[in-house]
Design a protein around this ligand. Structure first.
Ligand code: N01
Length: 542
């Protein structure tokens, strides 16, 4: 049958492929490269008018990565590592997008990417064992393997305030920022949201706007990023040692070559703890604070020692005690993704900045001239309100498996997410998700997770081809086992105690449940490799 398949492929080149990939960000691009190298015909469909995914859409002022640039890049090509030089510790969006474009050109990827084309449906055909794909512009295509590379944070969450459509000023969501420069000069700007995105754009907008009003629902813990230019010597040395760095990243908890100190926060005296936290504060890495001790995410008492430290810092930085009090976070530290910033808390000392607590008095309505019964007159509203994470991008496509049930229907049944390794789903043969729900991915450095998934998936596909297996499907038992293990790990930490996009609670009507695997990227890689070595244990063959 593989013979007929390949001759059909030859006859219908253009619409029939070995593999179809949804999305041309970091994951889709590498997937395309790997599969093409393995000799498959591949088509990538990308909704945006250009490649880059997250880094194509998120162009808001101040946008940078929170993982150091030298770790937030591909590691699969030594040549690429040597060719590229990052300018600073935390690269900004234009630089990361330049990198992605450089990679696309270097590996000649563009010819297999269809831009401005959203996949709206993907249905598995039981007769042909192929995925039939339909796009927003009426294209039909089919493939043996369907791979989602749609990202974890790609569907903006636009708040549904009453009257929002009547607002006559400019309104933006940070995740859909215009390509032309947005001017804040002379304007009364409101920013809704004070998390990773809000804390990046607020200091920049404040410098230009006539007045900036910040609508804060949940105060954040944020530590200074301590961004600085990289020097040539540092880049050279790092690249020279990259083999070792790469091993450490792949073996780690969060995809960076560092780990937590092997000590409880409760073993140190308050004075020593203070010194430890102070050093971490000065260090400026996303995980420095969390890595101060090994029990901050599991012991409530330990976590309280670090939240005290943050509150103290905020009180020191923010001059107006009333504003400082409003900025005091109280959830367990790092149960939301930590935030690192450039002058976030300092911005509240500016005369043209005011802070509104919308936890005690939520935004109820947007009128033609501003928010909240016109109490705040605004020329512009910036929504830094986040995303419908992980499942959101998958649900944008009507993905239907063997039995005709959609992924959305499956996971909404009993409000229960079920996957095998976050990669595969029972009833959906030959569907592979890169950085899907229940995988580690967004817990740390996305690039390490992306490369691991892409390599695991392409190895799996090569295994299927060399063994002439038509299709592979996760078994219900394997899926149950993974989901149970997944949940046990999440429950053993403090993360499930906090409402966040990790828990799905930021989206009205979304079932409450943790979305990403917390067992660590190193452990996870070992589990995935073990399963592959056992001839894809937990999968059944069609
Ligand atoms: O989104 P968020 P984000 N009324 O969901 C508030 C990555 N990222 O775009 O906390 C009022 O974290 C909401 O309030 P609350 C990173 O993984 C990385 O900032 O729900 N407020 C919160 O303050 C990150 O974790 C980088 O009470 C409303 C904010 O909006 C993830 O993306 C940069 C509201 C949303 O916070 C998401 O970050 C940016 C409403 N109706 C993003 N609805 C870096 O690499 C929402 N909010 C540095």
């Amino acid at each position: 049958s593989s013979h007929t398949m390949s001759s059909t492929k030859q006859a219908n080149r253009g619409t029939n492929f070995d593999a179809i990939v949804a999305g041309a960000g970091f994951s889709g691009l590498y997937m395309l490269h790997r599969l093409r190298e393995a000799g498959l015909s591949v088509r990538v469909f990308e909704a945006g008018d250009d490649i880059g995914g997250t880094w194509y859409w998120n162009r808001y002022p101040g946008v940078r990565c929170d993982i150091e640039s030298i770790y937030y890049n591909y590691t699969f090509s030594e040549e690429l590592l040597h060719e590229w030089t990052w300018s600073s510790r935390y690269a900004d969006q234009p630089e990361i997008l330049r990198y992605i474009n450089y990679v696309a050109d270097k590996f000649d990827l563009r010819c297999d990417i269809e831009l401005g084309t959203k996949i709206i449906a993907a249905h598995y055909d039981n007769q042909t064992h192929r995925w039939n794909i339909q796009t927003s512009n009426g294209m039909q295509a089919s493939a043996k393997y369907f791979i989602t590379a749609v990202g974890c944070l790609s569907v903006p969450n636009m708040p549904k305030f009453k009257g929002i459509d009547t607002f006559q000023g400019e309104m933006y969501h940070t995740g859909r920022w215009p390509h032309e420069k947005v001017s804040f000069a002379g304007k009364r700007v409101g920013v809704i949201g004070t998390s990773s995105t809000g804390s990046q754009c607020i200091p920049i907008i404040a410098q230009e706007a006539k007045h900036l009003t910040i609508f804060q629902r949940t105060p954040q813990y944020s530590a200074p990023a301590k961004n600085h230019p990289y020097n040539r010597e540092f880049m050279r040395k790092t690249v020279e040692n990259y083999e070792e760095i790469k091993e450490r990243m792949r073996d780690s908890m969060h995809g960076v070559p560092f780990h937590a100190r092997d000590q409880s926060a409760l073993q140190d005296s308050p004075e020593v703890r203070e010194l430890v936290y102070e050093a971490a504060w000065e260090d400026g890495r996303l995980l420095s604070m969390l890595y101060s001790y090994n029990d901050l995410l599991v012991e409530a008492k330990a976590n309280e020692t670090i939240t005290d430290f943050f509150r103290c810092k905020i009180r020191q930085i923010v001059r107006d005690p009333e504003v400082a009090t409003k900025l005091m976070p109280s959830f367990y530290y790092a149960t939301k993704r930590p935030v690192i910033d450039n002058n976030y808390f300092e911005t509240f000392n500016r005369d043209n900045v005011s802070l509104v607590d919308v936890r005690s008095a939520p935004i109820e309505e947007i009128t033609s001239t501003g928010t909240v019964e016109a109490m705040y007159d605004l020329d512009m509203i910036v929504c830094a309100t986040g995303f419908d994470a992980m499942t959101g991008p998958l649900f944008k496509m009507d993905i239907r498996g063997k039995s005709g049930i959609s992924l959305k229907e499956k996971w909404e049944e009993g409000a229960r997410l079920r996957t095998y390794l976050g990669i595969a789903v029972a009833d959906f043969p030959n569907l592979f998700m890169i950085t899907g729900p229940q995988s580690p991915s967004v817990i740390g450095n996305m690039l390490v997770s992306i490369e691991q998934h892409v390599e695991w998936i392409s190895d799996c596909i090569e295994y299927l081809r060399s063994n002439e297996i038509e299709a592979l499907e996760a078994t219900v038992e394997a899926e149950e086992g993974w989901s149970k293990h997944f949940q046990e790990i999440a429950n053993s930490t403090l993360v499930t105690k906090t409402n966040s996009w990790y828990m799905g609670t930021n989206i009205v009507g979304k079932p409450r449940g943790f979305l990403a695997y917390l067992g660590g990227v190193g452990n996870y890689r070992q589990i995935c490799d073990r399963i592959a070595a056992k001839d894809y244990e937990g999968f059944s063959v069609i």
